[in-house]
Structure formats: C-alpha cells, structure tokens
Design a protein around this ligand. Structure first.
Ligand code: ADP
Ligand code: ZN
Ligand code: ZN
Length: 778
C-alpha cells in the first residue's frame, strides 16, 4: 500500500472569481519565503498570474497540483489582515480572490492585471517615491536665538513636524536657519515620502482639546478603559496562547453637535499613547477638508486620509506608509476598513447608520458589521457613533453585546431646533402658486432672509424626481430597457424656466444612462399635453430665484457637485456668500454650518414610499439629520417639515427629536414581522436577458434553499420567492429574486450555501449575486 504523500502546500487567492483559494506545491528553493500575505507568481491553466498566499500547510497535494513559480518582493499583506479577509469572504460567500483584491494597494492591482511576465511586475516597484525633508521639534531648551530662528522654532513646535518646504512658504528662505537649529539640537531632520494630497495642501495650526463636558468625559473614560484592557489582555495572552482576548463594542449615541468627534479624537489619542493604530470610517460624503482638518489640527500630518480623489500613486504611497507603521491613523470611506494598519487597536465608524457603508456591487460587504469583526480579531475596541443609531446597532446595545454611551445634549449648550409640521392637505401654496413651497415655508424663508440668516431647503429625491407624464392618458415616460421612470434634465445652462419642457429638455434613466428627447406628443394617445411632473432641486432653485430675486441661491446635488465641488459650495455657505442652499441628501450629512437657522423639508413623504422594510427608519434618520443642520451657531434654529402624511410615526417622532421613542416603536414592529435585527436575511438577485431563463433559475435557487428548510425545524428558515424584483428590468435584463430569512445565523448560512451551490448548475447566461444581510432591497 502507498503511504499518503505529504508536501508543503500554499493556498493562494487568485484574481479570478473562484470561490476558494487554490493549492500549490511549495518548491524546496522557495522554502521559508512563502508565508501568508506574500504575493506569488503561479500558473493557472496556460496563464501566469499573481496571487496572494492565504495559508501555508503540510498536506496531501491535490491531483495535478502545480508548483509556485516565484515569490514576489515588495507588497505583502499583514498576516492579521489575511485572516480577516478570509473570514469576510466566508461570511459573505464571496470569492477569496476578489476579497483579497479589496485590500491590495491600487498600483498593485494594475500590475496584477497586466502581468504576463515577471518583469512587468516591477511596475509596482517602479513607482519611485519622491522624498522631501521634514523637521521635528525636540525637547531641548533654547537659549539666545535670533528672531527668525525663534519664530521658526515656535512654528515647528506648534505643528510637531512639518516639511521644510512649508517653512519656506511661511518664512521665505529658511533652510540656513533650519540647519542651525538642527546643529543646536532643537530640531531633527528626516526624509519622508512626498505628500501631494489636496487635503494636505494647507498648513493647519495645532489645536488643544476643549475641556470635555460631563457626558463626553464619561464616554472618553469608558473607551479609554477598554483600550487599556486591550493592552492588558495582550500581555496576558503573551503568557499563554489560550488566554482569551475579547474586544469591546460601544454605541456612541449623541445628538448632532453633541461632540462625538471630540470623543473620537480623544480615543485615537489614547490608542496612540498605548502604541495602537486606528481606523476611522466615515460616509464618503462626510470626508471633507473640514473634518480632515480637525484631525490634522490634533495629530499633525500623521493621519492617512484615503479618499477617491487620490491618484493611484498617492494611494500606493499611503498604503506603504501605513503598512510600514509610519502612520497609525487611517481615515476614509468604507474601503478604509482594509487599511494595513499595524497593531490595530481601535476602529471607529462615524454615522454608523449610513447606508454607504454597505457596498452594493462586487463583494457586497457591510463595513460597519465587518469593523466590529476586524476590531475584535485584535482584541480591540470598536466605536459606532450616530445621532440616529441603526436598529441593528441599537439592538446590539439592548442585548448587551455593545455598551451604550450617550451624549444627550449639544456640546455648546445650543437648543435643539424647534420642528413643526406643515400639513400640505390643509396649507396652501405660497405666492409662487407651487404647492411644494407652502405659504408657511415661504414666509419662514422671507423672515430668515430679513434677519440675514441662512436657509437650507432639503428635497428628498430618492424615489422622487421630475418625470414626464401625459396629462391626457397618464402615460409616464419610462426607460425602454429598465422599468423605471425617466428623469427630466435640462441640457444647457442654468434652469430658469424648468417648469417648461422646452427644446433642450432631455430625459435620462438613472439606472442605465439611457437618454432621449422629450417627445412633443404622447407616444400612447398622441395628446400634446405632455408635462413635467414632480419637483427636482433644479426646478425648486428656479422657483426660489423668482420668488426671492435678491437672495443668493446655491444648489447641492449629484448633478452639480462631486468631490471637491461639494466643499467649494459648502465653503461659500460658511462664508455667508449664500442665503439659501437647495439640495438633496447631500445637505443632510454632518456639515457644521453655524449661520443656518431655517431648514425646510420639502417632501417628507418621498422616503416613506420606498418598498423596503427600512423605509421608516431611513425617513426618520433623514429628518433628524437634516433638522440637525439648523441652529448650530449662536441663533436658535427652526425646521419646517412639509408632508401629506403628518400622522406617520417616523415623522411624529422626528418632530419631537425622540430617537428612543422611534426606536422602541420600530423595534416592536420589526419583532412582530420578524424583520432584521430580529432575523437575518440573504437575498439572491437573479437576472438574464431571457425572462423565462431568469425565472427558472430563480426557481432552481429557491428549490435548493427549500430543501435545507425542510430538513430543519419547521419555520426556522423562510424561503420567500422566487419573485419578480421591484424593478423588474434593468438594461434589458429581467430580474428576479429569492429571499431567505431566519432568526438563526447558522440556518441562514446553510440556505445561502445551498443557493450558492446551485449556481454552478445554471446556464452561464444567468447572473446571480447573493447578498448576505442586504441593505438596499430594490
Ligand atoms: P458631533 O460630531 O457630535 O456632531 P462635534 O464634535 O462636531 O459634534 O462638536 C460640535 C461642536 O461643538 C464643534 O464645533 C466642537 O468643536 C464643539 N465642541 C465639542 N466638544 C466641546 C467641548 N467639550 N467644549 C466646547 N466645545 C465643544
Ligand atoms: Zn397620452
Ligand atoms: Zn434604463
């Protein structure tokens, strides 16, 4: 009988949508250099590809296992990150190669795509970093300095460290003086890689933390203790591998302006003191220079800001500085979850309820949920902050899995704005004749203008956009490829008469970018009464310009602004060059605009009409967030909420700023209907160009899941569907779905795995995506 042969094997994640890592033989000559996180060159079919080692083991080689070709230099993922990525892939049933890709620096991803020959791979190494000189103040005491030298020294001390070029900007020729200061031991000089990030373009003076309020102090202390416990338990676990390293999770619930950011800053400072790194996640939209400057003012330039405006090269540099431990704080949108921070001890998620933490394509992960996992894998601390906590996080706190820290009042003793409802069923239109600008809101704007204060008008465009409808037969212009209404846009210039369709009007599909001219006659009944329906920000801006001709009006939405433009518009508002800001969701996020005293919500109902069990939660969060924009300065704020639906509990609780009341009520409803957080869901989205094929595929998946459901306890796994998706067709593909629901994570996983297994049996023209813990249900 043959002895089973044992060999050294490496499991390698490859940049292809394979569910699992592939095993390769580790040749003798590569020996110890093959470790988890290293990139290796290997053969896949007839190709040579670059993969990342996720595990090394002794075992029986699979038949036809091939040897690894090379271990590549340069980038290597830290071991703990590799373990995290594997757990994430397993939880979301995502291909490990695609998950690993999320954590690789961008230059590397390009190289990986281009690689055919090993030489091409020097691409990543070929990006030679530009070096610049930095100075740092020492603790030495100065004696008898010349005036310029003492100014320069004071400036450096105020910042901790900074590039010499910045001293030259500030003081003119400074090199000679710097050299003298270095010689006298007052400054040290070091070389660092150049920093060209626009967020770091200006010098920021160091600030000192304000005296915390009592609730802030209590929150800071609790987090500090937990961080210290992290370090303690680490010492314990040094003694024996079995000692437990539990992490802690906090829900920091603080009204807008209560000083949550101060608590984060303090927690990061504590982590730094303990030699621990921090990841801080913020919604993409909140990643503004204003926020970044607050972090720089506290921590100098030792903060990595990962944002979409960075070039691949800048991101690559940032990645290297983080993994080398030169920088121990990373701030960014959801993908910063994968930052290669050394010695991670703290993960903060600001505005944790924000749905942008859920990635809705590719690997469909939820960065908030995974941040708890990532922090705890290191025995570290996770802080989830919000003014309107998600029901998931609130339930974590209520079930004892997270500790709640409350900041009940605004930090600077401002009153919460007074919120009143405008019942559009009884209150008529103002002078513009447009019911969406009620007489009460019109007057409030007038008063605010007269006091030389600012107004924000918020228009919820989710599920609400100017569309084109025939007034004779009711036909709504829809996209021929998708089943959604087309949105009206004006092609050229500023909309001033947007209520008329005009020759330049076009209709656009927000799902597939299909564009068409507005038809002069209805395609169905030939009537010429084709008119605009609804009210977009563009139209509202035009209506306001007519009603308040001397007011300075600005608009903020995805059409006019992205990235840096958003900040430009907000800067104009802050410097009071704008009287009225009209905008979409973009205006609701954490901007601190002290001269805004009026917030008008044009259509509170739009968010409620989305076919999703989270519609009330979203509507409530949105109303509270937007209301929080009013009265952040010295004058009190007020909020008018226009609605046709004033009795709705989301609106009622929002008007009273009653977050707990809302959460109690909503949790009760969710428990009754067995929706998350009282159950977990997995959603299979199926689409195909052929309707019958898509439907059959959906039926296959449902059948696979039902087999699992039958074997367990009755009712412990619900299989809903197959059903036509709420948007039945997108880009000509017919969409179906199957929904799984269970109170047990394990049962749900078995059902999802069964569907996943069935995918292989479907025709290749069918696309299936399985979304574990889905957020957007459309
Ligand atoms: P949040 O993040 O909860 O919206 P911030 O941390 O942005 O709140 O604080 C709101 C405002 O109050 C900021 O201008 C901040 O500088 C100020 N602030 C926060 N904490 C204090 C404090 N303890 N004393 C004085 N001002 C504070
Ligand atoms: Zn018609
Ligand atoms: Zn379309």
């Amino acid at each position: 009988m043959d002895e089973p042969v044992s060999a050294r094997l490496a499991d390698v994640a490859l940049p292809v949508p394979l569910p699992r890592a592939l095993s390769y033989l580790v040749p003798e000559k590569l020996g110890e250099s093959v470790t988890p996180g290293r990139r290796v060159l290997c053969t896949l079919g007839s190709r040579r590809v670059v993969g990342v080692v996720v595990g090394v083991r002794e075992g029986e080689p699979p038949p036809a296992a091939k040897p690894l070709l090379e271990v590549l230099d340069g980038i290597s993922l830290p071991n703990d990150l590799v373990v995290f990525l594997q757990r994430l892939a397993s939880y979301y049933l995502a291909p490990i190669g695609e998950v690993v890709r999320l954590a690789l620096p961008p230059a590397d991803r390009e190289a990986e795509r281009a690689v055919e020959e090993l030489t091409l791979f020097s691409n990543a190494k070929g990006i030679a970093p530009r070096k610049v000189q930095w100075v740092t103040a020492t603790d030495a005491v100065e004696t008898s300095l010349k005036e310029k030298a003492s100014h320069i020294l004071a400036f450096v001390r105020a910042h901790g460290s900074l590039p010499v070029s910045r001293l030259e900007e500030q003081f003119g020729a400074a090199r000679a003086t710097v050299k003298k200061l270095v010689e006298r031991g007052l400054l040290t000089m070091s070389e660092r890689e150049a920093q060209r990030d626009p967020f770091f373009a200006e010098t920021i003076a160091q600030d000192s933390p304000p005296e915390p309020t009592e609730p802030q102090r209590a929150a800071m202390l609790a987090i500090e203790r937990a961080l210290e416990a992290t370090v303690e338990s680490e010492k314990e676990s040094d003694k024996g591998p079995d000692s437990k390293r539990a992490g802690s999770t906090f829900l920091l619930h603080g009204v807008t302006g209560s000083g949550k950011t101060e608590v984060y800053l303090r927690a990061i400072a504590t982590a730094k003191k303990l030699g621990k790194g921090t990841i801080m996640l913020v919604p993409e939209i909140a990643l503004t220079p204003q926020l970044v400057n607050r972090f720089r003012a506290r921590f100098g330039d030792e903060v990595a800001v990962l944002h979409s405006a960075l070039t691949a090269r800048e991101r690559f540099d940032m990645w290297k500085r983080l993994s080398a431990g030169e920088v121990d704080v990373a701030i960014g949108a959801r993908s910063a979850l994968f930052a290669p921070i050394r010695n991670l001890g703290l993960v903060i998620v600001d505005e944790e309820h924000d749905s942008s933490f859920k990635q809705e394509e590719g690997v469909r992960y939820h960065a908030r949920d995974m941040s708890i996992l990532r922090a705890h894998m290191h025995g570290g601390v996770c802080v989830l902050g919000s003014a309107t906590p998600s029901l998931e996080t609130e339930q974590l706190a209520r079930s004892g899995k997270a500790q709640k820290l409350a900041l009940p009042d605004r930090a600077r003793a401002q009153e919460m704005p007074k919120v009143s409802i405008v019942d559009l069923r009884n209150i008529g239109a103002g002078p513009t004749g447009d019911r969406k600008l009620s007489i009460l809101l019109h007057r409030a704007i007038e008063e605010t203008l007269a006091k030389k204060e600012q107004s924000i008008l918020f228009l919820n465009r989710r599920g609400f956009a100017p569309s084109v409808r025939c007034e004779s037969c009711g036909e709504l212009s829809s996209c021929p490829q998708c089943t959604v209404a087309l949105t009206f846009h004006k092609k050229y210039g500023r909309a001033t008469e947007a209520d008329e369709i005009g020759p330049n009007g076009i209709m656009r599909c927000h799902w597939c970018d299909y564009e068409a001219k507005v038809p002069p006659r209805c395609p169905k009944c030939s009537s010429d009464r084709v008119a605009l329906e609804g009210l977009g920000t563009e139209k509202l801006e035009a209506t306001l310009a007519e009603a308040f001709p001397t007011a300075r009006i600005a608009r903020l939405d995805r059409d006019v602004a992205s990235g840096k433009d958003v900040e430009k518009i907000l800067a104009r508002v802050r410097s009071r060059e704008v009287d009225i800001l009209v905008g979409t969701q973009m205006v609701t996020k954490g901007h601190d605009l002290p001269h805004v005293t009026l917030v008008g919500v044009i259509n509170a109902d739009a968010a409620l009409s989305i076919p999703d069990f989270r519609a009330s939660e979203r509507a409530f969060q949105l109303l509270v967030q937007v209301a929080g924009r009013a009265g952040r300065g010295d004058s009190p704020g007020r909020v008018l909420v226009q609605t046709y639906n004033p009795e709705h509990h989301a609106i009622q609780f929002a008007v009273r700023h009653d977050v707990h009341g809302f959460i109690d009520r909503e949790l009760r409803d969710r428990r009754e209907l067995m929706y998350p957080p009282f159950s977990r869901m997995a959603l299979a989205r199926i689409d195909s160009l052929d309707e019958g094929e898509a439907q059959n595929a959906a039926a296959e998946l449902a059948k696979a899941a039902r087999e699992v459901a039958r074997t367990g306890e009755l009712g412990s796994l619900d299989v809903l569907g197959p059903a036509v998706a709420p948007i039945a067709k997108v880009r000509n593909r017919f969409r179906f779905r199957v929904m799984l629901r269970s109170a047990s994570r394990e049962r749900l996983r078995l059902g999802a795995l069964a569907m996943h297994g069935a995918i292989a049996r479907l025709p290749r023209t069918v696309r299936v995506a399985i979304d574990v813990d889905p957020v957007g249900l459309l």
